[in-house]
Design a protein around this ligand. Structure first.
Ligand SMILES: Nc1ncnc2c1ncn2[C@@H]1O[C@H](COP(=O)(O)OP(=O)(O)OP(=O)(O)O)[C@@H](O)[C@H]1O
Length: 335
């Protein structure tokens, strides 16, 4: 068994009934329901190699959770195929469950009314983990995640950050080669986020686990992922390294400047876009494929404005992604 993920032409369409407004509409819907198809995921293919951490990115409603649900065996695809650690997840759910760990940041898989350590003990029995192994693994997780402070607390009384750290430990207690994380750090403070990231790095680099992560946090992507797959309206838009994405979407530089007094209406020079403005602080970036080089841009900005400070930065990944999403174009019908 290898901890790889293979996705080939995976699609999932949901059929929903349209609710017509008003009482008469409700009656008509009852007698003659109107069904519409929603193509949540359309023909996507990608691979994740054993021991690789891949970030699956996309705006709200792009199809990320639907993809993860198919790979964890919760949903069956409408067409296409997936293999996770050599198992077709939606055909062999039990075998798949032994090979994967999953954390959904918005939901817990722990028992709400039990203390944390009892939840862990139940999982140990479910997965048949020998006691010594279970204890050693908990000690390893505790070293980074600092769980023992709330070992005896009922899950319902944990804070969000404490709960997700426990969920992460619970997902890995049976030592699965593949881990799915759907927005694991949503709503966490920066200190806990960093703790979770260190834990994930450790799991990938030291334990060789394969991780598929969805997040809207670009700092997380930069800290953890070398490669990203971008989906929009259910379709795969891009599969590449962060460097390739930065190159492809042109935003290879940013010029950050502080303008002298009096510049209120900032109209950037040709080929240059005003990305952000906060009073006299402005950030310029390339505007499309014919954009000037960073040196030409610096010269153009200095010639046009009186600046008190100016610096060149690597493009912000949030801005790069915004351009990438814009390039993806409008949705296909039903997407
Ligand atoms: N059970 C369902 N029935 C009908 N439509 C659904 C169902 N689940 C998801 N969808 C639709 O499929 C599309 C993709 O949803 P999905 O949850 O996969 O997006 P996402 O990329 O995870 O979004 P987010 O970043 O907001 O979590 C959305 O338009 C959503 O409304």
């Amino acid at each position: 068994m290898t901890g790889s993920i293979e996705v080939r032409g995976l699609s999932r369409t949901f059929h929903t009934t349209v609710r017509r407004p008003g009482f008469a509409g409700a009656l008509r819907s009852l007698v003659n329901p109107e069904r519409v198809a929603k193509h949540a995921v359309s023909d996507i293919s990608f691979d994740v190699a054993p021991g690789e951490l891949l970030a699956l990115l996309g705006p709200n409603g792009a199809g990320k959770s639907t993809t993860i649900k198919m790979l964890t065996g919760i949903l069956t695809p409408t067409s296409g195929e997936a293999r996770v650690a050599d198992v077709v997840p939606y055909e062999e759910r039990e075998r798949n469950a032994r090979n994967i760990g999953a954390v959904f940041g918005q939901r817990t898989q722990l028992w709400w009314d039990l203390p944390v350590k009892e939840s862990f003990a139940i999982l140990r029995d479910i997965y048949d983990v020998p006691k010594a192994e279970h204890s050693a693994r908990l000690r390893e997780f505790d070293d980074i995640l600092e769980l023992s402070a709330f070992w005896d607390t009922r899950v319902r009384h944990l804070s969000l950050g404490q709960r997700v750290r426990c969920d992460l430990a619970a997902a890995l207690l049976h030592d699965p080669p593949v881990v799915f994380l759907d927005e694991p750090t949503i709503g966490m403070d920066v200190v806990v986020k960093e703790q979770v990231r260190e834990f994930l790095r450790h799991q990938v680099e030291q334990r060789g686990r394969t991780v598929l992560l969805t997040t809207h946090d670009m700092t997380e992507v930069e800290r953890l992922a070398e490669r990203v797959v971008l989906i929009n309206h259910g379709r795969l838009v891009l599969d590449g390294t962060l460097d390739e994405i930065r190159r492809k979407f042109g935003s290879t530089w940013q010029v950050r400047a502080t303008l002298a007094d009096g510049h209120t209406d900032v109209v950037p020079p040709p080929g240059i876009a005003l990305l952000r403005q906060d009073g006299p602080q402005v950030v310029f970036g390339p505007d499309g494929s014919e954009a000037p080089t960073v040196h030409q841009a610096l010269k153009a900005v200095i010639e046009r404005y009186e600046v008190t400070d100016i610096a060149i930065d690597e493009a912000d990944l949030e801005d790069v992604m915004r351009v990438a999403y814009a390039h993806a174009g409008p949705p296909a019908e039903g997407a």
